[in-house]
Write a protein that binds this ligand. Structure first.
Ligand code: IVH
Length: 690
């Protein structure tokens, strides 16, 4: 018996240490080191030991911590209005292009008045806070933009966030959005306290804010110096203003902090001057910012501009230049990615850049290596911008004696040994990227594809992350997507519950999570294949257009046979370009790929995509625009039609429902008339869709 308790004590201690490390990584660094399933298994084992030996449940056991609820740590909240991100501008030219793009889209003359706001881009985490009848009811993180985590209890502890709105005039439903951050002074105090307690300091204010906001116990969050700036909104039951500036001023009246460096300007030059002023003052602002955000001030124009993919057309983030540092190249390795790309990676002597330790930098491709003439042992200048992979900018001691020979990329794949080539397109242009030609037969490509397959925006299977995919792949149990879905049926032999780190419960949870994905949305299904040029944005466009995967597949099969009309339809989708179309055709043309697709289809059912809007008179109809449009730009007309669920095509055929013809319409108008297609003027069209 005494031997039993001694053994239990040892195991309990080891588990407690491990759980604390994971908790620390998750809550403090905001960088989880294990899957939820593994974490759950550790906690479960700890609790089982404590049930048998209650004396081990001492005050410092992880089991005793308030709210130490393990997996699915926060509830999920679906944003009623998606939380968007911003496109970036890196120089003055990009800012001018942005202003010009907005004018073009709105069909505005170059000299027509158009106002923009400009305000600092705070480097924190965005949150959405919902008020109903002036009372705070819910708060969520951004998450993937569509679904965030429920952080209501934590947000309530922020002094900057009113529990009840002040003043008057707010709508019944109001979602206030903005940035949660920690200022420099508070950050320094927090780190001094960490060090005093013998703990690791936080890397930067953003990480400290992230860790503080994602505390399970709101009492801990309450003791963290989190602040909040309001700058945007989600759902609103009634409009609150006509301009961006007035909306933000309303937030101020209702009890929020807003940034007092926000200004309104009428042209790009003045916006850029404000940017420069903010950049000069950056270090004395007292909080981290990483750029300046410009937004079209008129909310009716914002509405017309809408958004593309995940960013609004009416805003842009003008980023500050990346931070730089000097270090030494210790080695150059070659990595093989999901699409076979051979990427040279510089291993660096670790160096701190903008508060973060960097030890790897991408060298992109062989042309870049040649351009930089970078070799092992060189002193280099590197830069890091936000969350982007650090880059090597230039070699500092290229003229020193006894440098090693130039680095050359291997002509064969370092993982599978197959030929690695730089493709040449029809126009004779040579791709800058060298790729392994072995497709999914190459273990590196296969495993990277599988990781992509289970990633958040694809199948997003709980408990099946990078580590699990690697383990299943190495054991030969999952070599292609369909194998994930046959794991449970094969578990008689696999016996997952006996593997290290797994138990009955975690294995059962994994199988349940896999089974939950046997019904899979069209977008996830298509994106999951990880086809080059077919990212989440394009997958969404394709799914929204064809609605059913079967219909899409038969269209692609026609394209494979050389059917030009089928290809023209794919290309008519706003946002789908040649590269995406030919990648799709190329992918579904390959018999090996079709085998992977069919094996997967034997395991899963693809859920049809929803038509964007079914109650509009043009939902599902095919429209062609021709001639000059006078009230809006062609882009705006197209985007508007698509947002109402119409398909916009470039050519008139028997499938066309409406032709919208402006002055100067020619052959398309004639063809439409001969086919009996309904022809509308621009004004008639606008009235029709109102
Ligand atoms: S506006 C649709 N304004 O930047 C517009 N965003 O890169 C939504 N951010 O997710 C954002 N300061 O977390 C806006 N003044 C500001 C901002 C800001 C920081 C963050 C925000 C957003 C990210 C996009």
């Amino acid at each position: 018996m005494s031997g039993d308790i001694a053994k239990a004590k040892r195991e309990h201690h080891a588990l407690a240490v491990e759980i604390r490390i994971h908790d620390d990584a998750y809550y403090k660094q905001d960088a989880p080191t294990v899957s939820d399933a593994k974490y759950d298994a550790l906690r479960k084992r700890l609790l089982a030991i404590e049930a048998k030996f209650p004396e081990l449940a001492t005050k410092d056991s992880p089991s005793q911590h308030v709210g130490a609820k393990p997996s699915g740590r926060f509830g999920k909240i679906t944003h009623s209005v998606p939380m968007l991100s911003l496109d970036n501008a890196f120089d003055e030219g990009d800012v001018k292009d942005f202003a010009a793009r907005v004018r073009r889209f709105l069909n505005m003359a170059e000299d027509a008045p158009l106002a923009f706001t400009a305000e600092p881009k705070i480097d924190g985490l965005s949150a959405s806070i919902r008020y109903e009848h002036g009372k705070l009811v819910k708060a969520a993180t951004r998450g993937d933009g569509r679904i965030g985590e429920d952080i209501t209890a934590n947000i309530r502890t922020l002094k900057d966030v009113p529990e009840t709105l002040t003043g008057s005039g707010w709508p019944d439903v109001l979602e206030v959005r903005g940035e949660v951050y920690i200022d420099h002074e508070d950050f320094a105090a927090m780190n001094a306290a960490q060090e005093h307690a013998g703990k690791e300091p936080y890397k930067n204010p953003r990480n400290a804010a992230a860790g503080s906001l994602r505390q399970i116990d709101p009492r801990i969050t309450a003791n963290r110096p989190l602040k909040f700036y309001a700058y945007a909104w989600g759902e609103m039951s009634a409009p609150i203003a006509d301009t961006q500036m007035d909306a933000v001023l309303a937030f101020k009246r209702w009890g929020f902090n807003v940034n007092d460096l926000m200004r309104v300007f009428n042209n790009a030059d003045d916006m850029i001057a404000h940017y420069k002023q903010i950049e000069t003052d950056r270090s004395s602002l007292g909080y981290d910012i990483d750029g300046v955000v410009y937004k079209v001030n008129d909310l009716a124009l914002q509405e017309r501009l809408g958004f593309v993919s995940r960013a609004p057309r009416w805003a842009v983030a003008h980023k500050f230049p990346a931070e730089k540092a000097t270090t030494i190249i210790e080695a150059i390795d070659v990595q093989v990615g999901r699409t076979g790309a051979l990427t040279p990676v510089a291993r660096l002597k670790p160096v701190t850049v903008g508060g973060v330790v960097v030890s790897n930098a991408t060298l992109h491709n062989e042309d870049e290596i040649k351009r930089l003439d970078v070799r092992v042992g060189d002193s280099v200048e590197i830069q890091r911008a936000g969350d982007v992979i650090p880059q090597v900018l230039r070699v500092l001691d290229g003229d020193r004696a006894r440098r090693p020979d130039p680095f050359t990329l291997p002509k064969s794949c370092p993982v599978c040994g197959a030929n690695a080539v730089r493709e040449v397109d029809e126009k004779g242009n040579r791709d800058v990227i060298r790729r392994c030609t072995n497709g999914l037969q190459c273990p590196a490509q296969a495993i990277e594809s599988l990781k992509h397959f289970v990633s958040r925006r694809a199948y997003d299977i709980d408990g099946m992350g990078i580590k699990q995919i690697e383990a299943f792949y190495e054991k030969g149990l999952v070599l292609e997507p369909a194998h994930i879905f046959t794991l449970e049926a094969r578990n008689g032999e696999i016996k997952l519950e006996t593997w290290e780190g797994w138990g009955e419960q975690s294995a059962a949870n994994l199988f349940a999570a896999i089974n939950a994905r046997r019904q899979i949305e069209f977008v996830r299904f298509l994106y999951g294949f990880g086809i080059r040029h077919v990212g989440h944005g394009n997958s969404t466009l394709v799914a929204r257009h064809y609605l059913s995967f079967d219909i899409f597949l038969s269209a692609v099969q026609k394209m494979v046979q050389g059917d030009d009309d089928a290809l023209a339809e794919l290309l008519s989708i706003d946002g789908v370009g040649e590269a995406c179309a030919s990648a799709l055709v190329g992918f579904f043309k390959s018999p090996q790929n079709m085998q992977v697709v069919n094996e997967l289809l034997a395991q899963v059912t693809v859920i049809d995509a929803e038509a964007p809007s079914t109650d509009s008179p043009v939902a599902g109809k095919t429209v062609v625009f021709t001639g000059k449009l006078e009230l809006m730009s062609r882009d705006e007309a197209k985007a508007k039609a698509q947002s109402l669920g119409a398909k916009v095509s470039g050519s008139v055929s028997g499938k066309t429902d409406y032709l919208v013809a402006g002055p100067g319409a020619g052959s398309k108008l004639k063809k439409a008339e001969s086919l009996g297609v309904k022809v509308l003027s621009e004004a008639e069209w606008l009235e029709f869709i109102q």
